[in-house]
Design a binder for this molecule. Structure first.
Ligand code: C2E
Ligand code: MG
Ligand code: MG
Ligand code: MG
Length: 284
């Protein structure tokens, strides 16, 4: 009950929430307890270099195993958590868990760069970068093994503040990518103003390759634009050999998707990783 009261204090009603509000309020009330109980876990999906098939890193994706509902995908709680202080608790769990896991793999001699999903608003919250630096120090993980994927569902007004925060992160060798490029707010402004090293093309454009000329044009233009700015490009949602072929033809640097590997639990991911490393690396 206390969790839901606290949540109500900070919940900002927006029309998008619509009639699902009571359902989501009830769900959000469970977040805190669920984190404490360990119902949240991170899954990992590899990112590969499309020109030589080497693994360039992995993306950490949160999973919630709710005690009565079962598995709930992030799209059904992250956007709501972002409207309250609950996202802070989730982000704290995610940062801690990912950095702990990255350190544990390094102790086994496996060095993987892991990407964490956040919003620009997370980054602007007081204490966020400090929490990240403290965790890196605590687990003896170098900043160069952490990447932040920024998605924007809401407009960031204080770009200057965001730039200052990102420059601080880049001093610690943490890299930043723009997630879901082509959807949401101010993608071009982000690309223009922020110190980013990777642009991730949203899967809605990839999914219609190669037949949809409009989608192909957007991918081609995003790749040219990023390359002109000295930024690498990754395509999300690669599900078929045709997707892979057309992205290679378009000069896309990196890729991610079910064709290569679905997101997996830490143990399953590392088994996949070790198999992949011992095979001749080929996804087609
Ligand atoms: P995202 O960061 O753009 O992540 C990509 C989503 O596409 C993931 O969904 C992934 O499982 C899915 N995906 C990967 N390959 C394919 C494919 O080939 N085909 C299709 N159809 N889908 C593919 P997921 O895990 O459900 O996450 C959805 C979104 O939730 C993420 O989008 C991200 O914005 C958010 N999210 C996930 N984990 C976290 C987290 O730890 N913190 C925060 N703040 N947001 C998260
Ligand atoms: Mg992402
Ligand atoms: Mg994305
Ligand atoms: Mg997304």
């Amino acid at each position: 009950a206390r969790a839901s009261e606290r949540m109500l204090d900070s919940f900002i009603y927006t029309p998008e929430v619509g009639e699902d509000i009571s359902k989501h309020l009830a769900l959000m009330a469970d977040v805190s307890d669920s984190i404490d109980r360990g119902d949240f876990v991170m899954h990992y999906q590899p990112k590969i270099n499309l020109s030589n098939n080497t693994i360039i890193g992995a993306e950490a994706l949160i999973r919630w195993h709710h005690p009565t509902i079962g598995w709930i995908p992030p799209n059904q709680f992250i956007p709501f958590a972002e409207r309250s202080t609950l996202i802070l608790k989730i982000s704290e769990f995610v940062l801690h868990e990912v950095i702990r896991q990255t350190a544990a793999w390094q102790q086994q001699g496996i060095y993987i760069k892991v990407a964490i999903n956040i919003t620009g608003h997370d980054l602007l919250r007081p204490g966020f970068s400090q929490m990240l630096f403290d965790l890196l120090q605590h687990y003896h993980v170098d900043g160069s093994f952490i990447e932040l994927e920024i998605t924007e569902g809401t407009l960031i007004e204080d770009m200057d503040d965001l730039i200052v925060k990102l420059l601080k992160l880049s001093k610690a060798k943490i890299t930043v990518s723009i997630d879901d490029f082509g959807t949401g707010y101010s993608s071009l402004q982000y690309l223009y103003k922020l110190p980013v090293s990777l642009l991730k093309i949203d899967q809605i454009f990839v999914k219609n390759l190669p037949d949809d000329q409009g989608a192909a044009n957007i991918c081609a233009a995003a790749i040219v634009l990023a390359h002109k700015m000295g930024i690498k490009v990754l395509a999300e949602g690669i599900e078929s050999k045709q997707h892979l072929r057309s992205l290679r033809e378009l000069g896309c640097d990196y890729g991610q998707g079910y064709l290569i590997c679905k997101p997996k639990s830490a143990d399953d991911f590392i088994n996949w990783y070790q198999d992949y490393m011992s095979d001749e690396q080929s996804v087609g």
